[in-house]
Ligand binder design. Structure first.
Ligand code: PEP
Ligand code: MG
Length: 756
């Protein structure tokens, strides 16, 4: 006997029993709609499921014409059901026919019904279908009935998400949740990754939907809510946070939400209706997301992300976060999909299982992107909506070359990418073979190919890439991925590991280059800067905070005891800065020597050439230092007055243009004239065509990301450098070049069979 009525608790209990039974999906759905109709004393209960072609198909009904199941269809936005799906809001109507959106479907036979209650079937804010009950009488459904429907809809969402209903889909059609989607965003790190989705946030881990004992579950919820509130209070009372404006504002918002009565009440209500505390958090959050999805106010949307974050924290409290379990359950080809992520969080994933990273936000300069680049995984960013469209375990492709992501790709797309990956692997094989060959040009000129690094995770690349040393070690990365200033011993340990790993190959340590776009969360400039790239950064900052520089220099000197130490100063503008830094370094040397420490056998000091003022004092500069390294990323931005992080300008001006190449030639010539070694360590060194240009203007040493060494070496061994130099000289000297320099370089490469 079916019970009539009985309220949400009874309904959920019946649903739980139905979910536990071994039933065919269609039978299960049929029984579910029958249960709902009976429980709500409704004559009709129907379920519509959203297909990938944006059509809502009737999947099950109690009360309407059974022959219309899998036949009746509505477009998204059409009729009441289509309106609910499109707006993700429920409709509760006592006279459905009077609603302007009402559309009559003759095949289902619903003319006799007046009242109508429809709720969206939601998952993570996305509509997957619509659940409806109808009655002949003109009635308004009660709040608790609406609540029961929403909860049932959540169970159905779980069935859809787990693929339970896919088998009911006609061949050639797919459910919306399983359809292939592509996202166009930005490329943050090149490479191609094929694998399976791992959502960074744990929302989907909620699989236990029904509670056994509401009172006990409410106690769990309350305990977790209180510890969440306490942890926020705790964060707020910490001294470092108390001093921070922005941080504090976010945490204040968290505290407000965490104490929000409405939130607490909605959570409790959902648990009273039979959900577990986790499922209640998920449900309330999903309703909220659906409502916010249509909001355009950026401030409110940002608050929604805060709220999301808070709900995730609560889930973690409830489930007891166990990162080890997450790591163990990770697929072998994990592609992590996240809204945004802290740099250190990426390092929590085991590297050998990571195939790529997809971010909804982010920028090339985000810390997590810097780390991803360091460990060599493809990254695509600005992928709006990727998190809500993806489910754990979905097949996914990250195209880091084009900045495209294919979620649940069609077989032909997957095949094309598999071929691309194979092609890349074959090329890597060629580069591997080149590794042991000397880096000498076709006409016998030796060029030093060095790599850029900044974290301990980079070190294995030294031997894998065949680099002859580290031309630029960005020491600030250790500071950027840390939560607080790394202590002197931590710095020293890293520097020592780096020198050990280099096994006698040269390593150039750049002193901490923060400020500009490299922000430390725990050390912000309190003054507002109109132009941070031109502001208080790098050597300017460390000369004003000599304690920072002293600690670092001491750590470097100690780490390099008994070996060579190469130090490099970033963003030098005038020679006086070199003198000042040298005084600090000398003082540290004297200090260590007084206490009998082992000192470096040789100490070489160089500068980064990034600020154009140095171009007008090149001879003095070359005489003042042991070496110079051109930071072409910054030098180009300052010579061309073009923000390096502005994507609107990223392809507007070409570094391989006559003026910039003349600048580079001027520097290389000055180095040669003065007998001072010159290197270049910006991104320009890593592309074969631009590395060709650099050799053509006289650079004999360049430093790049490890992945670029192979392609650049493949270019080098085929290049007759002396001939190239003459070619460049002719074209750079002329006052009216016929073709752009880039085109001329490509023509030269083509004529000489040089792979670029
Ligand atoms: C540069 O400016 O070219 C450089 C290598 O430094 P960074 O990219 O770290 O600013
Ligand atoms: Mg720079």
């Amino acid at each position: 006997m079916r019970e009539m009525g009985g309220g949400p608790r009874v309904l959920l209990r019946r649903l739980r029993e139905l979910m536990a039974e071994a039933l065919e999906p269609q039978t299960r759905l049929d029984r579910i709609v029958r249960e709902i109709a009976a429980n709500m004393v409704a004559e009709v209960c129907s379920l519509y499921v959203l297909r990938a072609d944006s059509v809502l198909e009737l999947y099950a009904t109690e009360g309407l014409n059974p022959g219309s199941v899998h036949q009746a269809q509505l477009r998204l936005g059409q009729g009441l059901v289509g309106t609910i799906a499109a707006s993700a809001r429920s409709l509760n109507l006592s006279e459905a026919q009077k609603h302007p959106a009402f559309a009559y479907l003759p095949e289902v036979g619903e003319e006799a019904y007046n009242s109508f209650l429809g709720v969206p079937v939601l998952r993570a804010g996305r509509t997957l279908g619509v659940l409806v009950v109808q009655n002949r009488t003109k009635r308004v459904y009660r709040e608790d009935e609406l609540e029961a429907m929403e909860t049932t809809a959540m169970v159905i969402a779980e069935m859809i998400a787990t693929g339970d209903l896919s088998r009911l889909t006609r061949p050639g059609l797919e459910l919306d949740l399983t359809k292939p989607v592509s996202f166009n965003g930005l490329s943050f790190n090149e490479g191609i990754g094929l694998g399976h989705v791992v959502l960074h946030e744990p929302r989907i881990v909620v699989t236990n939907l029904f509670n056994e004992d509401s009172d006990q579950e409410i106690r769990r919820l309350e305990t977790s809510l209180s510890s969440l509130r306490l942890s926020i209070d705790d964060m707020l009372s910490r001294r470092d946070v108390a001093a921070e404006g922005e941080h504090r504002a976010v945490l204040e918002a968290y505290r407000m939400f965490a104490n929000d009565q409405g939130w607490g009440r909605r959570l409790e209500e959902a648990v009273r209706n039979g959900l577990t505390a986790e499922a209640a958090v998920e449900k309330v959050q999903s309703d909220m997301r659906a409502r916010m999805l249509h909001m355009t106010d950026p401030y409110l949307r940002e608050r929604m992300s805060d709220f999301d974050d808070l709900a995730n924290r609560l889930l973690r409290q409830l489930m007891g976060r166990a990162p080890d379990d997450v790591a163990a359950a990770l697929p072998r080809d994990a592609i992590v999909v996240a809204r945004s992520m802290g740099a250190a969080e990426l390092l929590d994933y085991p590297r050998e299982k990571l195939r790529g990273l997809v971010l909804e936000d982010g920028a090339v300069t985000s810390h997590v992107v810097i780390v991803a680049r360091a460990i060599g995984i493809p990254v695509a960013g600005q992928m709006k909506g990727a998190v809500s469209m993806a489910e754990n375990g979905d097949a996914i492709i990250v195209d880091g070359e084009e900045g495209i992501v294919h979620l649940r790709p069609q077989p032909d797309v997957e095949a094309a990418y598999t071929e691309k990956v194979r092609f890349r692997a074959r090329r890597q094989e060629v580069y591997r073979e080149l590794r042991s060959r000397p880096s000498v040009s076709k006409d016998g000129i030796k060029i030093d190919l060095l790599m850029n690094a900044g974290l301990a995770v980079d070190l294995p690349q030294l031997s894998d890439s065949g680099a002859e040393g580290i031309g630029l070690f960005r020491t600030e990365l250790q500071f950027m991925v840390a939560a607080t200033f790394p202590r002197a011993e931590q710095q020293e340990r890293l520097y020592r590991d780096v020198i050990d790993a280099a096994r006698g190959r040269p390593v150039t340590f750049r002193t901490i280059d923060i400020g500009g776009d490299k922000v430390l969360p725990y050390f912000k400039n309190s003054a507002h800067e109109e132009n941070p790239a031109l502001g208080w950064r790098a050597i300017r900052l460390t000369l004003d905070r000599p304690g920072l520089l002293r600690t670092q220099v001491r750590a470097l000197l100690r780490a390099a005891g008994g070996r060579e130490l190469r130090l490099m100063l970033p963003m030098v503008t005038e020679l006086g800065e070199i003198t000042q830094a040298r005084e600090i370094i000398d003082k540290e040397v004297r200090h260590l020597s007084r206490f009998g420490h082992d000192l470096p056998t040789i100490l070489k000091m160089g500068v980064m050439l990034e600020v154009p003022s140095l171009l007008f004092q090149l001879d003095e500069l070359m005489a003042a230092v042991d070496f110079v390294s051109v930071g072409s990323n910054d030098l180009f931005q300052f010579v061309m007055a073009t923000d390096r992080g502005n994507t609107q300008l990223s392809n507007r001006f070409d570094p391989l243009s006559v003026p910039f190449l003349r600048v580079l030639k001027m520097i290389a010539d000055a180095g040669e004239r003065c007998g001072t070694p010159v290197t270049l360590c910006g991104e320009l060194a890593g592309k074969p065509i631009s590395a060709l240009a650099l050799m053509g203007v006289g650079f004999q040493s360049i430093s790049m990301s490890p992945a670029s060494i192979g392609p650049v070496k493949a270019m080098l061994v085929e290049t007759p450098i002396n001939e190239l130099k003459m070619f460049m000289e002719d074209n750079l000297a002329g006052t009216s070049a016929q073709l752009p320099m880039r085109a001329l370089l490509h023509a030269f490469a083509g004529d000489h069979g040089i792979p670029v």
